[in-house]
Design a protein around this ligand. Structure first.
Ligand code: GCW
Length: 679
């Protein structure tokens, strides 16, 4: 299924002869020191990949010779022979790749402290070869930035996927047997391992209590067994009311002894089946989900109770901070207000999972002010890989650029250099437990993600979870070469399109800090005008854009909701003043008159309209650039992607016209004449 995109970035297409010749000399034989399942998975992967990339399979050999690739753990004798003084690796997932001299030549050693390191190192070497890198003199030392690097699947037990745009759930499929789906699961496991993703939450955070019934746990166990060799642990999202709904108790109060016993028994059942089960993810007292507050308890009570239950099994609790209520206060401030009082009060196997922005996975938000502020509690970033608010699977928004923007953002928590990445990876506050999560964009579509180019976001999430210092460009380039071709003009053209893509979506949907203008509930397409008398105020676009004759934007300055106060100085002051607030967040923090003058000299109205038009221009540009690439890759994927870009341009126009005309009913100002040219 290579042409259908089913093989993701693991296609291993034959390399051009110019590249392959050199590599063949470096990959004549393979030495594998052990036979645990992970090391065997690595060996199997590299043999299959090399056969496909180079047309030759390295011979399996016991002894190291010129042109050997050696897969070993640092405690294997062979490593001590090859590296005088041996190897010290500090992390169980760390690895080295080294060119070492051997009799009459040299060999490549891939070594980890554990066989997991070997697996990761193997994928690393393969990636370098697919990218045409020189592998004749390697000295690579890698270890992950975050301990837990997780996908969150919002998959329901009935097979649907919340905010999923790539077909039904791959896990909770009832039509096909586990056996029939096994190949697909293996591809999933290999793809994750290839980028270092080491955990997966198999069900929706809007969790059905039924996920914990014995039949479903059997399914979870089957997956866990299949994923284990690839160093992927399984986790479940749990419904806080499970003891009552599933267990038949009359309460789910976390301080009730029977409730605690129910959870202890359930945990014992799970760990008996899955000894390395990862733990629970919990959405509590959020959007109608049950939680400890239903019983007069707190986030602290709820999270710590579950943490106590999982502790003897080494499990973790990921407790989400996505909370907001339809009160008068600014929604963007609520998570901070609700969670800060608990800083330092959670058990040591609790980590608080915070969405990257304070509202909800918008095309652009500032980072959540909890990052940097909650210093005595491990926090993990939750990104959304699926494009709930950015065009579902019909538009291209390559998100590495957005995630880098968040991870690199300076919180100023301990002065300059206190990036969100450092506030979460343990380097700033010394927390042991570190993690990062991405809400998956995966479904049963043949190409996994509903749009071939959106596979890049799955890939990019994993790469950044491993190393947040990688550049978006590098990740894009790697992915393009592995997924499509090494043709340089193809690579540079697509890379440029990808690099611009997220900003384009921001421009034609929600420029200058606008947010939540999307269609009610489905979040697709523009609906800034939606007004439903019965709906919660904070679910309506008007709550966010506040457009009127006097201007537009949400005043979160010190004169407004004062959300700026949740940020550290000097950010607080910078955001507070419209003259210093970054223009791309201006209307997030300020409500300004239509004639407000920007640094460029343009009025706010004109600048806003320009942005919307610019977004459409970008979408058109993508479409045209893509059309130039015909013939450089298989026609099947070429056509499928061409169709997506065409659709994206139409939708960009839809967004632009809908928003500009709607806002014009308030601004009562013309569209700048030079934009009114015929197209
Ligand atoms: O973004 C919103 C989505 C909900 C989602 C919720 C959450 C899983 O619209 O579909 O529910 O966030 O993250 O909990």
């Amino acid at each position: 299924g290579a042409e259908t995109g089913a093989d993701l970035w693991l296609r291993y297409s034959k390399l051009p002869e110019s590249m392959a010749t050199g590599y063949r000399k470096e990959a004549k034989s393979l030495v594998v020191t052990g036979n645990d399942a992970t090391q065997q998975a690595a060996a199997g992967e590299i043999r299959m990949a090399l056969r496909s990339l180079l047309g030759t399979t390295p011979t399996l050999s016991k002894g190291v010779a010129d042109g050997s690739i050696v897969l070993a753990t640092s405690s294997d004798k062979i490593v001590k022979d090859l590296i005088p003084g041996g190897l010290e690796l500090s992390d169980d997932e760390a690895y080295v790749i080294r060119t070492v001299s051997v009799k009459k030549g040299k060999a490549i050693l891939i070594a980890g402290r554990t066989t997991t390191g070997i697996l990761y190192g193997t994928f690393d070497l393969l990636r370098r070869m697919q990218n045409g890198e020189d592998i004749s003199n390697l000295d690579i030392n890698e270890q992950p930035a975050y301990k837990l690097r997780l996908l969150n699947h919002w998959d329901n037990l009935n097979g649907t996927v919340e905010r999923g745009y790539a077909g039904h759930s791959i896990f909770w499929n009832r039509e096909e047997s586990f056996e029939q789906l096994k190949d697909q699961y293996l591809t999933y496991a290999r793809a994750n391992a290839s980028v270092g993703i080491n955990g997966t939450v198999l069900n929706n955070v809007n969790a059905s209590p039924e996920v914990l019934n014995t039949e479903n746990l059997e399914r979870v166990k089957q997956l866990a067994d299949l994923f284990r060799p690839y160093n992927i642990k399984v986790y479940l999202a749990v419904n806080f009311a499970s003891p009552a709904v599933l267990g038949g108790l009359d309460t789910a109060d976390p301080l009730d002894e029977n409730v605690q016993q129910w959870w202890r028994d359930k945990a014992a059942e799970i760990y008996k089946m899955i000894p390395d089960f990862g733990g629970f993810l919990v959405k509590a007292n959020s959007e109608g989900q049950p939680g400890p507050m239903d019983f007069g308890r707190t986030h602290q009570d709820g999270a710590n109770m579950l943490a106590g239950v999982l502790k003897p099994h080494n499990g973790v609790v990921m407790w989400r901070a996505f909370v907001y209520e339809p009160t008068n206060s600014d929604r963007a401030m609520q998570a901070y207000n609700e969670f800060m009082p608990f800083d330092g009060k959670f058990a040591d196997n609790v980590i608080v999972q915070v969405k990257n922005g304070p509202v909800d996975f918008q095309p652009r938000e500032p980072f959540s002010p909890l990052f940097g502020a909650m210093q005595k509690t491990p926090l993990m970033v939750e990104f959304q890989i699926t494009l709930e608010y950015l065009g579902h699977s019909n538009q291209l928004a390559y998100l590495a650029t957005m995630w880098k923007e968040v991870l690199d953002a300076d919180t100023w928590a301990l002065g300059a250099g206190s990036s969100v990445a450092r506030a979460t990876d343990g380097s700033l506050f010394g927390n042991e437990l570190t993690a990062i999560a991405g809400v998956a964009n995966i479904g049963r579509d043949i190409n996994w993600c509903g749009h071939d180019l959106l596979q890049s976001n799955w890939y990019a999430f994993g790469r950044l979870a491993w190393n947040h210092q990688l550049s978006s460009e590098q990740i894009a380039e790697e992915w393009i070469r592995m997924t499509f071709t090494n043709d340089d003009s193809f690579v540079s053209t697509l890379e440029e399109v990808m690099m611009r893509s997220r900003e384009a979506v921001v421009s034609y949907m929600t420029p200058m800090g606008l947010h939540h203008l999307m269609g009610w509930d489905h979040h697709y397409g523009p609906e800034p005008w939606t007004d439903l008398s019965w709906a919660r105020a904070d679910w309506l676009p008007r709550y966010y854009h506040r457009a009127g004759e006097d201007g537009i934007g949400f005043d979160r300055s010190s004169k407004g909701s004062n959300a700026v106060s949740q940020y550290f100085s000097p950010l607080r002051e910078m955001y507070d003043n419209p003259a210093t607030c970054p223009e791309n967040l201006l209307l997030w923090f300020h409500h300004l008159p239509w004639d407000y003058r920007l640094a460029s000299g343009k009025t706010l109205w004109d600048a806003l309209v320009y942005k919307y038009y610019e977004g459409v221009e970008q979408a058109r540009f993508f479409q045209k650039e893509w059309d130039k690439l015909e013939g450089k890759i298989d026609q099947e994927r070429f056509e499928a992607i061409r169709y997506k870009f065409k659709q994206q341009t139409k939708e960009a126009i839809w967004w632009r016209d809908a928003c500009v005309l709607y806002f014009q009913t308030f601004s009562k100002r013309p569209i700048p004449a030079e934009l009114e040219r015929p197209v």
